[in-house]
Design a protein around this ligand. Structure first.
Ligand SMILES: Cc1cc2nc3c(=O)[nH]c(=O)nc-3n(C[C@H](O)[C@H](O)[C@H](O)COP(=O)(O)OP(=O)(O)OC[C@H]3O[C@@H](n4cnc5c(N)ncnc54)[C@H](O)[C@@H]3O)c2cc1C
Length: 225
């Protein structure tokens, strides 16, 4: 996953020995419209204090004025969980327009079932000899069969029915900072699917690089560090 664009344009800089980000400061700038003083000449230190006040009071709308655009490559079963977020605008590689699916996700660890929580895995299951190879062959076979159908002229939208959920797909999402935090909080939680957690952690790392102050406030609240 990588962030490809932001509004405002990403700009992290140092002033008086402190690191500031245009994205963090944009939250304060948006909030100041209430006082009709939207000028950006406020000292960044004051602006950052305002961001903290808004966060503490739960005044979320100014955080919606910052927008993040990202691209990612994820297995289809992760993509299905992500597109449930209606607050993100998504575009996705189309199985109707292309037959270019060459890669499948192959787990290195077979997680076991959690005894009480159906959403979670626990530990590692030792599969009988040959079973991991059988799964791998099945996944590769799905890709090969898909190509074969396409080769024989079958419409891409129909040929894709043989593709496994493990295929990697590509997506682009655009989301405001408030709703990004909503997604990250749900998908970095311990009961989220591990592969989706990995995606969320990678996106979070990138987001915190462009919005370090708000990122740190959220991380503290969510217990991420
Ligand atoms: C651990 C976990 C397990 C899950 N298990 C299942 C499952 O078994 N089955 C299943 O179907 N889904 C499941 N989900 C998906 C879940 O129900 C949500 O669809 C998903 O997490 C997106 O959350 P959201 O709707 O809050 O996000 P968004 O769609 O981004 O919405 C953000 C917020 O906007 C508001 N909103 C958006 N649209 C509406 C609307 N139409 N009406 C009212 N308010 C709205 C809500 O406040 C919402 O929280 C699971 C999610 C998690 C994290």
């Amino acid at each position: 996953v990588r962030i490809i664009d932001t509004m405002p344009v990403n700009d992290v800089y140092v002033e008086d020995g402190k690191v500031y980000s245009k994205l963090d400061l944009a939250v304060a700038q948006a909030a100041r419209i209430s006082l009709r003083t939207t000028d950006l000449d406020y000292k960044p230190e004051q602006a950052i204090k305002l961001v903290k006040t808004l966060f503490d009071l739960g005044h979320w709308s100014p955080f919606e004025q910052v927008v993040i655009k990202f691209q990612c490559k994820v297995p289809l079963f992760v993509a299905v969980q992500l597109i449930r977020y209606r607050s993100v605008s998504w575009n996705m590689k189309s199985g109707r327009y292309t037959t270019e699916f060459h890669e499948v996700y192959k787990p290195t660890v077979w997680r076991g079932k959690h005894p009480t929580n159906r959403q979670m895995g626990q530990g590692e299951v030792q599969l009988p000899e040959g079973l991991p190879q059988e799964v791998e062959a099945y996944l590769e076979w799905g890709l090969a069969l898909h190509k074969k159908l396409a080769h024989h002229g079958v419409e891409s939208g129909l040929a894709r029915i043989v593709l496994p959920e493990a295929i990697f797909t590509e997506m682009q999402g655009t989301v405001n900072a408030r709703m990004l935090v909503h997604l990250l909080a749900q998908r970095m939680a311990h009961d989220a699917q591990q592969e989706t957690q990995e995606f969320a952690r990678a996106l979070c790392e990138q987001w915190r690089a462009v919005m370090p102050y708000f990122g740190a406030l959220v991380a503290q609240q969510e217990g991420w560090e």
